[in-house]
Write a protein that binds this ligand. Structure first.
Ligand SMILES: Cc1cc2nc3c(=O)[nH]c(=O)nc-3n(C[C@H](O)[C@H](O)[C@H](O)COP(=O)(O)O)c2cc1C
Length: 215
C-alpha cells in the first residue's frame, strides 16, 4: 500500500475480531517496525508479546488493579493544561462518545477497554532498560509509530495503550520482565471488527498553522 494512504487510513482500533494473529505475523510486524531509526542505532526497545489466554489472564490482573487503585487515563501533565490542549481532549471525547453503547461512561470505556487491550488477541508490551535516560523514550515512540503504520499495511488494527504503564509492577511480575526494565507502553494488535461502531470514530488533527511555525 502507498505510504500516504496508510497514514491517512490508520486509526486506533478499539474493537477486534475474535481471530488470533499468528506468531509469524507478529514476527513480521516486529521485523518491519524495528527498521525504525534510533540514536546511535542503539535500538533500545524491547518487546514482550502476550497472546491468547495469556493476554486474557494479564488483562484480568490489570482490570482488578485499575479498579482497586482507581487508576484512570490522563494527559500525564505536570501542570494544568492550557485551554487549547483541553479543547483537543474534549474533541476526542466528542468523537468517541456518539459511538459508545448507551449507558456506558466514556472514562469506564477507556479505562476498562485499555486494560483489556480492547479485546485484541495480542498485546505487545514495550519496555526499555533503566540504563537509559528519558531521552531514549523518543526511540520507542518512533518504533511504535512504525508499528502502528506497518500493522495497518498488513491488515491489522492497533491501539497504543499508555495506561498500562501504571501497572508496571504487576506486568513485570506476570511476564517475568527483569527488575531493571521500565514498562513504557502496550499495543493491542488484532484484526479490526469492521462492523463495530467504535471503529468508525475518527479523531481529527489540529491544522498545521496551530502546531508549526516557519521562518
Ligand atoms: C503514547 C500514547 C498513549 C495512548 N494511550 C492510550 C490509552 O491508554 N488508551 C486508549 O484508549 N488510547 C490510547 N492512545 C490512543 C490515542 O487516544 C489515539 O492515538 C489518539 O486519540 C488519536 O487517535 P487515532 O490513533 O485514532 O488517530 C494512546 C496513544 C499514544 C500515542
Amino acid at each position: 500500500m502507498e505510504l500516504e494512504k496508510v497514514i491517512n487510513e490508520r486509526h486506533s482500533t478499539r474493537a477486534f475480531l475474535d481471530k488470533p494473529v499468528p506468531r509469524e505475523t507478529i514476527e513480521k510486524l516486529l521485523t518491519l517496525s524495528t527498521k525504525a531509526p534510533s540514536a546511535i542505532n542503539l535500538q533500545p526497545w524491547e518487546f514482550t508479546v502476550v497472546m491468547g489466554e495469556e493476554r486474557i489472564r494479564l488483562s484480568k490482573v490489570l482490570v482488578k488493579s485499575m479498579r482497586e487503585r482507581n487508576i484512570s487515563c490522563g494527559p500525564g501533565a505536570v501542570r494544568p493544561l492550557p485551554e487549547y490542549f483541553m479543547d483537543r481532549q474534549r474533541k476526542l471525547m466528542d468523537c468517541i462518545l456518539p459511538h459508545l453503547e448507551k449507558g456506558i461512561l466514556f472514562q469506564d470505556f477507556i479505562n476498562e477497554g485499555s486494560c483489556n487491550f480492547y479485546g485484541a488477541p495480542a498485546a505487545i508490551i514495550v519496555t526499555i532498560d533503566q540504563v537509559f535516560s528519558n531521552a531514549r523514550l523518543v526511540d520507542l515512540g518512533i518504533v511504535i509509530g512504525y508499528m502502528v503504520l506497518t500493522a495497518h499495511n498488513m491488515g491489522l488494527g492497533t491501539c497504543p495503550i499508555g495506561l498500562i504503564s501504571a501497572f508496571a509492577d504487576e506486568i513485570k511480575e506476570m511476564l517475568n520482565i527483569a527488575d531493571e526494565k521500565d514498562v513504557v507502553m502496550g499495543i493491542g494488535v488484532g484484526y479490526p471488527d469492521p462492523d463495530s461502531p467504535i471503529n468508525q470514530a475518527i479523531s481529527d488533527r489540529a491544522p498545521i498553522h496551530e502546531v508549526a511555525r516557519f521562518y
